[in-house]
Design a binder for this molecule. Structure first.
Ligand code: KIV
Length: 257
């Protein structure tokens, strides 16, 4: 709870940084820089080439989260509840408790507003910290990914959902692909922080998929900025190894028994 209070207290003071991790080694590095490490169900497309995050299973999320837990020391660790694991109040509670018990994470994230408010209520009543997720909801998208907040109906729904989530005890909300003025309005109207992804600089924090920003995962998504071409460095190391093996330089005496 201390870590969650710290995140909420950052609102209007300093930007919240959140990144994904799917395994220990990346989590260890990410943990040094961020406030929140998210085990996102984006791992379905990034690691497994699934056409949709709907295919991600509870077992996959738990196994990756166990590995991430080994690398996260200081940040808040949040785990995505996969599709179909919170379709009823009972399943939401049972599966959230399983995730927390098996991974020792600090909170879970669920996609949606009014439609899943009963599930959110029961989690919070049972002291399961919840992060919300509004705007583009990858678990609900069947076709193309489109930005949200383009018409009055969408805008009204986004604002109402955000207020509803806050009122029911969610500690932060991810806003995905929401038009800048609407993301700004939502962020200004809430006392809890908003974490944007493709939702402008007006959010209280930002989240990205680590594999995307490091250039490990090729994507053409508009909001993704490649901060490093990590593939280049990986190739450099692999080339050196291959070359030394072929030239019989490795393993030299130093690396032999
Ligand atoms: O699954 C995920 O990684 C996410 C973030 C990108 C917000 O939900």
């Amino acid at each position: 709870m201390k870590k969650i209070k710290k995140i909420i207290n950052k609102k209007n003071k300093s930007k919240i940084v959140c990144l994904t991790a799917y395994s220990k080694n990346i989590a260890q590095e990410v943990d040094k820089y961020v406030d929140i490490v998210l085990v996102g169900d984006s791992l379905g497309s990034v690691l497994y080439n699934y056409s949709t995050t709907r295919k991600v299973t509870l077992t996959e999320m738990i196994n990756h989260s166990k590995s991430v837990r080994l690398g996260v020391k200081k940040s808040l660790m949040v785990v995505d509840m996969p599709f179909n694991t919170y379709s009823t109040k009972n399943s939401a509670l049972k599966n959230a408790k399983k995730i927390i018990k098996e991974t020792n994470c600090d909170a879970v994230k669920l996609e949606g507003g009014k439609k899943i408010i009963n599930q959110i209520k029961i989690l919070i009543k049972n002291r399961v910290p919840v992060m919300g997720h509004l705007g583009l909801l990858p678990q609900s998208v069947k076709g193309k990914f489109k930005s949200k907040g383009k018409n009055d109906r969408e805008i009204r729904q986004l604002i109402n959902d955000a207020i509803l989530l806050e009122k029911n005890g969610v500690f932060a909300i991810v806003l995905e692909c929401i038009k800048a003025p609407i993301a700004k309005k939502i962020s200004q109207n809430l006392n809890i922080p908003t974490i944007g992804i493709g939702s402008s600089v007006h959010c209280d924090g930002q989240v990205l998929v680590t594999d995307d920003l490091l250039g490990l995962n090729e994507t053409k998504i508009k909001f993704v900025k490649k901060f490093l071409n990590l593939k280049k460095y990986i190739n450099l190391g692999l080339k050196r190894f291959t070359s030394e093996v072929k030239q019989k330089k490795y393993p030299s005496k130093k690396y032999s028994y």
